[in-house]
Each structure stands twice: as C-alpha cells, then as structure tokens.
Write a protein that binds this ligand. Structure first.
Ligand code: SF4
Length: 321
C-alpha cells in the first residue's frame, strides 16, 4: 500500500509573542538607525536562529555590560535586567535601549512594591534563568526563590503574615499552580498578583499544546533548548497525553524513526521561534513519503502588541526589511 499522507495540525497561536517581536524590532531598528555594532546584553530572545540573524547584521552579544566599549550602544534583552546593570551601564557611559518585555517589567514593579511594604517575596521560577536573575535584582533582600512545592515547604520566613509571591512569566501554568497551592496553604495571608504573572503568550501556547497533545500521535515544538517557554510546551504535551513530543531548533533535527506508526502530527513553536522555521518544518513533512496535509487548529485569538521605546518610535527608519 502506498504511504498515507500525514495529517499535520498546526497550532494557533504559536511562535513570536508581542514581547519577542518588540525586542527583535528594537535591535533591528537600532542597527538601521545607528549602524553596527549594536551590543546586546544576553541573547535578545532565547532562539539560536534569531541571534545568528542579528549577528550577521552587526549585533554583538555580550553577557556583561563591562564588555561594551565606552560610549557603545547596549540593548537590554527581553528577559529584563537588575537595576545594578543599568547603574553599571551609566557608569560606563553606555547609551542604552531597553527591550525588556513590558510583562516582565510588571513583575519587577510588583517585586519593588512588595519589598517596599516590608513583605517577604516568594519568587516561583528557575534558578539561573535571566528573567529570574533580573527580577531578583529588584528586591534582593526580600526575594526567596522556589522551584518546587518541596522548596516552599522548606521555607522559614521571618513573619508568615507578611508574605507575597510572584512568578517567572514563562513557567508551566499547571506546575506553577501546584507550587502556589502550597504557598497559599502555608501562608494563607500571602499576597499574589491580581492576574497571572505567567504571561498571556505562555498561557495561550500551552493551552494550544494541550489540544494538540490530545489529538495527535506526535507533537513537535520548534524552539531552542534554552527557551524556557518552549521547553515547558514539550512538558505540557507529554503531561497531556502526547505519545511523543520533541523540541527541535529547525527542520534538520527531524528524525525518520519518530514517524513510525504516526498518522497525525501536532506542530507548534515557542514564543521566541521565528515563523520561517515552522514553514521549513512543514516543507520537510510534506517532502516525506506520502506527503502531509496541514490543518490549522485555532485555539485562542491573539492581538497583543507592545509599543517601541520612546527613543526609537520616531526614528526616520521606515521599515525593518
Ligand atoms: S513570553 Fe511573555 S513575558 Fe516573555 S517576552 Fe513573550 S510576552 Fe513577554
């Protein structure tokens, strides 16, 4: 019997979120307006293809502001930075542009507010992640980082009636809730964000991944291994019954053996993965014996957009092509 075509369910929404779109635009615009080099502190967003494309255009990625020559132009990444980084940049006479996602800034402001009120702050997040480092730097004396319910059980806070919690924006919604449940049990008076700190894009991509997981034999998430939200999407797929789920940087990572007895493939991408990588994966699936039929699976409509920083909004560089 000739091979049957794969059915590919393509998740919507997927890929670039408003914060990533804005951060990448800031670097592209800065390169156009000021010319290279434009220094970027840390990967602007966690995707190897995005970083490589900007490097080709003249961006230089550094891990420390001290690596930038005096007077250089430095962009802070979408993950945000601690206030000490801004002070260092000022001392080094650097020009700066801030690509911190506004939804990360919102968490920074919560941390400062809770700290000013004398509360101990429990930050639910992953140790070592850039966003967590930046958020912690806004209230270093008050923040206690936890990753698991066990970490919360082990906390010994000075005054259990004066506690608040915040979260990293790109966590698994379900896992974060298991941690928050323990926080609420141990500290019933704990104050939390009015909405979720986990951002709309993380939430929507996970919701769409859950639907894919239930309806397909294999889930493919396009994204880089250091992208927190992309890795969470793979975990969400497995937790919601996907027989197999893989994180792939691009089409070159597809493996023939993944497709044994697979009829339906769910395809999605993390918030930092460009759409062209998804298009290339679809082309690779169509090129397989039997080909592939693609259906879009609309789960949530997204219309979020963030304005550019004031300094870039009125520059005479019309398009980013
Ligand atoms: S994933 Fe969420 S918090 Fe991170 S840049 Fe995108 S919108 Fe902002």
């Amino acid at each position: 019997m000739p091979p049957q075509p794969l059915t590919v369910l393509l998740a919507a929404p997927r890929g670039f979120c408003a914060g990533v779109e804005r951060a990448v635009d800031i670097v592209r615009l800065a390169l156009k307006a000021y010319g290279p080099p434009v220094y970027v502190r840390h990967a602007i967003v966690h995707n190897v293809h995005v970083v490589a494309e900007l490097e080709r255009k003249g961006a230089i990625f550094v891990e420390d502001e001290a690596e930038v020559p005096e007077g250089g132009l430095l962009v802070f990444s979408a993950h945000g930075v601690a206030p000490v980084v801004r002070r260092n940049a000022q001392t080094l006479n650097l020009r700066t542009l801030d690509a911190t996602c506004p939804l990360v800034t919102k968490v920074h402001l919560e941390a400062v507010d809770y700290s000013d009120k004398g509360l101990s702050i429990i930050l639910v997040g992953h140790a070592g992640h850039q966003e967590v480092i930046g958020t912690t730097g806004h209230a270093p004396e008050s923040i206690h980082l936890v990753e698991t319910p066990e970490d919360v059980e082990a906390l010994d806070l000075p005054d259990p009636s004066k506690v608040a919690y915040i979260t990293q924006t790109t966590l698994s919604v379900d896992e974060a809730n298991t941690v928050i449940d323990v926080i609420r049990r141990r500290y019933p008076q704990a104050r939390g964000p009015r909405g979720e700190d986990i951002c709309y894009a993380t939430q929507n991509r996970q919701d769409a991944t859950k639907v894919l997981a239930r309806r397909t034999d294999l889930v493919l998430v396009v994204g880089s291994s250091h992208s927190s939200n992309s890795r969470r999407m793979v975990e969400v797929a497995v937790d919601n019954g996907a027989p197999a789920a893989y994180l792939i940087d691009d089409a070159s990572m597809l493996r023939d053996e993944w497709f044994d007895n697979v009829h339906t493939v769910g395809l999605t991408s993390g918030a930092s993965a460009p759409e062209r990588l998804v298009t290339e994966v679809i082309a690779a699936l169509r090129a397989r014996p039997g080909g592939a039929d693609v259906e879009v699976l609309d789960v949530v409509e997204e219309q979020m957009h963030f304005a550019l920083p004031a300094g870039l909004r009125n520059l005479p560089v019309a398009n980013l092509g």
